[in-house]
Ligand binder design. Structure first.
Ligand code: 13P
Length: 340
């Protein structure tokens, strides 16, 4: 794959009005999501749920790419059409989660390091053959008493850069995801300080490992108050602090920043993305790569019942549209109640 092809994938993923659906929940995570609506996580139920999402009429209008899990990349619709073919047909790029999950960090058991580098070059080759055009790797940084340690930031940054370099070598656009978790009672200033230190570490490692910044997307958390913090910051403050943090740490060569939702409600994630896009002329495209914030109402509407298929697809279209508007700063809370 040429540099031009990588650049064209990046451009398509952060095109105006569109963003990414993260449907790459691991088997353990999708089990949690399905059991929340009383559905058992069998391979067939996982397949049926992903078919619902990917066959939503008009999905390509506001969704530019979908991140898949290893199992999902190989699955087909009930009628036998590979999901990759369905997505390509709708103008949506298929991507793949390349990491193997966050595991306890040796000698610092409260922290995590993401695994999956061994054999990654070979797995990426297969993912490319199966039709993936981009990849994702998630690192998790926890805030707590004395946490994160610089060790946790550095080992995760190193792994993210190893992953990004291998992806570019394979002809795949890497989405680099360092997630500073919202969990905890800390205030927004602490989230900002930790996010800044994390991004500095990540970009130092990317630079050292010669990753081409023009051919990556960054998938960070927004700078927000801890979920148990008694004082919750306003969307305006979240937007100001988030952009200020990026200005200090993210080179202008990076074409796009696609946020994770990280446990924000659907409305919060949309409202905050809209506020972030209201800040004057940043050098990067600022879009979404949401998992939970695109799927909560879809799962609820579906509840595992074939009769609810169309209603659930309508809920997905609605969320995708509102985030597509927020991605350009054109969302308003009244639209929450508008018909699709
Ligand atoms: P959330 O939007 O639910 O945080 O998921 C995004 C994601 O891809 C996590 O790796």
């Amino acid at each position: 794959m040429t540099a031009a092809a990588l650049a064209s994938t990046v451009r398509a993923l952060v095109a105006r009005g569109r963003g990414i659906l993260a449907a790459d929940e691991s088997s353990a995570t999708i089990q949690k999501r399905l059991s929340s609506i009383g559905v058992v996580s069998t391979e067939e139920n996982r397949r049926a749920y992903r078919e619902l999402l990917f066959t939503t009429p008009g999905i390509g209008e506001h969704i530019s790419g979908v991140i898949l899990y290893d199992e999902t990349l190989r699955q087909k619709t009930r009628a036998g059409n590979p999901f990759v073919t369905v997505l390509n047909g709708a103008g949506v790029l298929p991507g793949i989660k390349a990491d193997k999950g966050a595991k306890a960090l040796a000698l610092s058991p409260e922290e995590k390091v993401t695994e999956g580098l061994d054999g990654l070059r070979e797995r990426l080759k297969e993912y490319l053959e199966l039709g993936a055009t981009f990849t994702k790797w998630r690192a998790v940084i926890e805030i707590g008493d004395g946490l994160p340690t610089s060790c946790a930031i550095n080992v995760n940054a190193h792994a993210l850069a190893r992953f990004a370099a291998l992806s570019q070598e394979a002809g795949l656009v890497p989405i680099v995801e360092p997630e500073v978790l919202m969990d905890g009672g800390h205030d927004i200033a602490r989230c900002q300080a930790v996010t800044e230190a994390t991004l500095q570490g990540v970009f130092a490692a990317l630079f050292e490992q010669r990753v081409v910044l023009e051919h990556i997307l960054l998938k960070p958390n927004m700078v927000v108050s801890g979920s148990d913090c008694p004082t919750q910051a306003s969307p305006g403050e979240i937007a100001e602090r988030t952009i200020a943090t990026f200005r200090r740490t993210v080179p202008a060569a990076v074409p796009g920043i696609v946020f994770l939702s990280g446990g924000q409600s659907e409305e919060e994630a949309t409202r905050n993305l809209n506020a972030i896009n209201g800040i004057a002329s940043p050098p990067w495209q600022l879009s979404f790569s949401y998992g939970r914030a695109l799927q909560q109402s879809v799962l609820k509407a579906w509840s595992g019942k074939a009769d609810n298929f169309a209603a659930a697809q309508k809920a997905f279209r609605h969320r995708a549209r509102l985030n597509g508007l927020a991605r350009d700063g054109g969302y308003a809370a009244e639209l929450e109640r508008s018909a699709v």
